[in-house]
Design a protein around this ligand. Sequence first.
Ligand code: HEM
Ligand SMILES: *[C@@H]1O[C@H](CO)[C@@H](O)[C@H](O)[C@H]1NC(C)=O
Ligand SMILES: CC(=O)N[C@H]1CO[C@H](CO)[C@@H](O)[C@@H]1O
Length: 314
Amino acid sequence: MMRIETSFLAFFFLLPLAVADLRVGFYSATCPKAEQIIQQVVQKKFSSDRSITAALLRMHFHDCFVRGCDASILIDSTKKKASEKTAGPNLTVRGFEVIDEAKKALEAACPSTVSCADIITLATRDSVVLAGGPSYNSPTGRRDGLVSNPNDVNLPGPSFSVSQALQSFTAKGMTLNDMVTLLGAHTVGVAHCSFFEDRLSNFHGTGSPDPSMDPALVTKLIKICGGPNDPTAFLDQNTSFAFDNQFYNQVNLKRGVMQIDQELGVDKSTAGIVSGFASNGGRFSQSFATAMLKMGSLQDGNAGEIRKNCRAFN
Ligand code: HEM
Ligand SMILES: *[C@@H]1O[C@H](CO)[C@@H](O)[C@H](O)[C@H]1NC(C)=O
Ligand SMILES: CC(=O)N[C@H]1CO[C@H](CO)[C@@H](O)[C@@H]1O
């Protein structure tokens, strides 16, 4: 009895202090048009550049996996202090201008009310719908973090095995199924050759390409990567701009571009999940919405602020 009461008290009093209270419609009284304003900015951007879906998905992932979803990824470095943006894996995160545009419109409508962390979350959600992905209600009420440190950035790499990658996900309370599902975001977007070139020839010192890649894809990618300035290739070689389950179908055809993607089809622990999603797009959509909500709820426990400018602390 004593123990139950103690843990009940701990739950009741410590939890609300530790994490922001996320709920659907957090801004319905304080900024009723917030979600609509964000959706309109994303829609406008999408109509001229469909690659914004990929940009925002990756930004959201990188934000949430470093200190929780707190917009730490948006902070610009200053002469005095480097931010997360200067860490290696940031290199090619993009889409910052869309967040800026939404923030500007929101500050005009309801100053100092809507967090940059919620803008990333909602803009990502909306961009996925525009690309044909699932629509879901997203809880809001995140606060913007007060720290952005390149040394905190410890993200999985493109040549990781399934078990290596899984360690970063389980460290965040996410499961193998969550990881395979979220990697389905690689159904849109591109990767620079430097992230997969090791697979195209002399893979692991063998003198040959990665045997788990379709030889026709090897030939195609060698051609693409022969260009100057680290070119890019689509992660989903079939429906590159559609948010669908084709990524998994491509993996089953040995057409995963990055090693981690193809590993999902090779590893015994994940191959079945890949086949399930490849054959059932509805199941993938549903699983994706659930996993995105889970990723979007990652918090590091510090209250934070509502930034006026997403690129700088107040
Ligand atoms: C084991 C986990 C993951 C690894 C190792 C990984 C690695 C990478 C790498 C190396 C790139 C290429 C970046 C570039 O060349 O610019 C990339 C792109 C991308 N990633 Fe991941 N990723 C992982 C998980 C995720 C998750 C969880 C999401 C979102 C839910 C995501 C969404 C994306 C998207 C959409 C792109 C394309 C970005 C663009 O077109 O600009 N990734 N990823
Ligand atoms: C490409 O995607 C379409 C639409 O989902 C699908 O019907 C087709 O089988 C796919 N083609 C290949 C070669 O995977
Ligand atoms: C957008 C951005 O700030 N990218 C930075 C990523 O990190 C490299 C160095 O590690 C910087 O040169 C980029 O400016």
